[in-house]
Design a binder for this molecule. Structure first.
Ligand code: CIR
Length: 253
């Protein structure tokens, strides 16, 4: 069960953030509406929402997930690999100190972004991507193992972040797209396969009784419901334009 989430309103500078997509520039008003609906959905899931003000200095900072890895007993402040995002951690660290006495840090030359971290019960998977390097992954693995968790490093082939292509939705079940569909590291889980056409739906979040899934991916939502999960669908078009998914917009703990 999650008790808390941290979110951050997108600033006006959001439209100038990083992206690899060709879906066009986000519409700022629509972005704010979609973000507000995201916050409402989280409240429906029964969590306490810590809502941070927009930061114009960091266009991508609404994607708070990348700044930390959180567990019940400790927080790890990451070291984002994207230069324009690296100092977002300076805005997040004081917020984390309100909730945690025990903080760890990923240190240069290690880089790591939270989007590359997938937790499945007491097992963590750490993606090595263009944002998380091997040194960052090794540092996190060491921290997690010292704290009694298991950790596996997973080099990515194509996906941007690990969780761009895989999610854990509880009950031993993963959603897997592309390179993760037949990936040996995830063979022990029950798997819902996400088709190439619906790849964006592979990034979902399970928050207490609900799986939150992006709107417009009918085949994926049907499979998730048929597997016995309750779903909430959210319009995510303006976040998809900046390579962001549902998990990226919150820190859940
Ligand atoms: C970036 O390129 O960093 C942002 N535009 C998107 C970050 C998405 N974050 C995530 O998947 N955890």
């Amino acid at each position: 069960m999650f008790k808390n989430v941290i979110v951050k309103t997108p600033g006006k500078s959001y439209v100038n953030g990083l992206t690899t997509s060709d879906l066009g520039t986000p519409d700022y008003d629509k972005t704010l509406k979609q973000h507000a609906a995201y916050v409402e959905a989280l409240k429906k899931c029964g969590v306490e929402v810590t809502h941070l003000q927009a930061s114009e200095t960091f266009p991508d900072s609404t994607f708070v997930e990348d700044t930390a890895v959180l567990t019940p007993n400790f927080a790890v402040v990451t070291n984002p690999g994207a230069a324009s995002r690296n100092r977002e951690i300076e805005e997040m660290e004081p917020v984390l100190k309100d909730f945690y006495n025990k903080l760890y840090y990923i240190k240069a030359p290690g880089t790591l972004e939270g989007g590359d971290i997938l937790q499945i019960e007491d097992q963590f998977y750490i993606g090595v991507s263009t944002r998380t390097n091997e040194e960052g992954a090794r540092q996190l693995k060491k921290i997690l193992e010292a704290e009694g968790y298991k950790a596996t490093i997973v080099p990515l082939k194509k996906f941007f972040h690990l969780k761009t292509g895989i999610s854990y939705i509880g009950n031993n079940t993963i959603l897997a797209a592309g390179e993760f569909i037949d990936h040996p590291d995830f063979a022990q889980y029950d798997k819902i396969t996400i088709s190439d056409e619906e790849e964006y739906a592979a990034n979902c979040i399970r928050v207490n009784d609900y799986v939150i899934i992006p709107k417009g991916f009918d085949e994926s939502v049907r499979k998730i419901q048929e597997a016995g999960f309750e779903t909430i669908e959210l319009e995510m078009s303006e976040f998809q334009k900046q390579d962001g998914g549902l998990s990226c917009l919150s820190l859940r703990f």
